[in-house]
Design a protein around this ligand. Structure first.
Ligand code: SF4
Length: 300
């Protein structure tokens, strides 16, 4: 165990018994998370809900203790070598960011990518971390024979909203540079505009600006979803909101008084500018698709 960073983060080296998690009711069947917990500590992080259900802290302590699975790539190799493995898509980083700061030191995501590619297994990655470009060589190699897709999460370009709600992530401009690098390397890359925060990052011009720069950077797919506040997330998010935007608390209490998710029609209205913006021709003369939001898997 050791500590690092300005916000004191504890890293616990705890081997895993399994690497792949079976996922139900998602566009993918398997997920993989080399770490548990995320030092990015976003105020809206949906993982706080899983943490609370697992009896781990979901409040301000979330993201200060990260489980590192040092043997995850070896375990993954054994699982992928089973005769029963059907080479279905594996979603990497569904319950923690696979390119959070720990990856710079442990390189477990990189090791897992190598195993997936060697086993001819298609995979996708969701991340807010520009560190993903470190692995462009491996991703390119893998993409030559299996489907590889990287989704970079970028909900807003607004400096204050980013800094305040994502205290540990890289600036939007760095993430866009990562999109540009991946796209230039021929890797399929998309943008996940998630979560959109009513009253903070949902103005049509804010959403259209993200779509514009994402397409200029080479994003082929763009999806958007509105924040949801399940137990564990709700308490922490509302507490942070009361400190940073007290004038918005009443709006959120009204919107989420009796539910964790907005009704579909209300969510569709908020994300409509994204659909309209993606419908127009892209500056690179190719279609920008608007795939179904990739709701993130539950297993850690
Ligand atoms: S980067 Fe993703 S997993 Fe990490 S804290 Fe933010 S929302 Fe949660």
């Amino acid at each position: 165990m050791f500590y690092a960073g300005s916000v004191r983060t504890e890293y616990r080296l705890e081997p895993c018994r399994t690497a792949l998690n079976r996922v139900r009711d998602m566009p993918f069947r398997w997920s993989l998370n080399p770490y548990t917990g995320c030092a990015h500590r976003c105020t809206f992080c949906y993982v706080r809900n899983f943490e609370q259900r697992a009896d781990r802290p979901a409040d301000d302590r979330y993201g200060r203790s990260i489980r590192v699975k040092p043997n995850v790539a070896e375990v993954l190799r054994r699982e992928l070598a089973r005769p029963s493995w059907r080479r279905e898509e594996v979603a990497v980083g569904t319950a923690t960011d696979p390119y959070q700061p720990a990856e710079g030191r442990f390189e477990l995501t990189r090791a897992c990518i190598r195993e997936l590619a060697s086993a001819d297994t298609p995979f996708s990655i969701v991340t807010r971390g520009p560190l993903v470009v470190r692995d462009v060589d491996l991703l390119k190699e893998a993409a030559a024979h299996v489907r590889v897709c990287v989704y970079v999460s970028l909900p807003t370009l607004d400096e204050r909203v980013w800094r305040t709600t994502e205290p540990g992530t890289a600036p939007p401009a760095s993430r866009l540079r990562a999109v540009r690098t991946l796209s230039a390397a021929g890797i399929e890359v998309g943008i996940g505009m998630a979560p959109i925060l009513p009253g903070l990052s949902d103005r049509p011009e804010q959403l259209e600006a993200v779509v514009r720069v994402a397409r200029e950077a080479g994003a082929r797919g763009i999806w958007a979803s509105v924040v949801h506040l399940r137990p564990g997330v709700r308490e922490h998010f509302l507490e942070a909101l009361a400190c940073d935007w007290p004038e918005e608390v009443a709006r959120y209490e009204a919107l989420f008084a009796t539910r964790a998710y907005l009704p579909a029609a209300a969510a569709r209205e908020i994300t409509a500018p994204v659909r309209h913006a993606t419908a127009s021709p892209s500056p690179r003369g190719r279609k920008t698709v608007h795939p179904q939001p990739r709701q993130l898997a539950l297993a850690v």
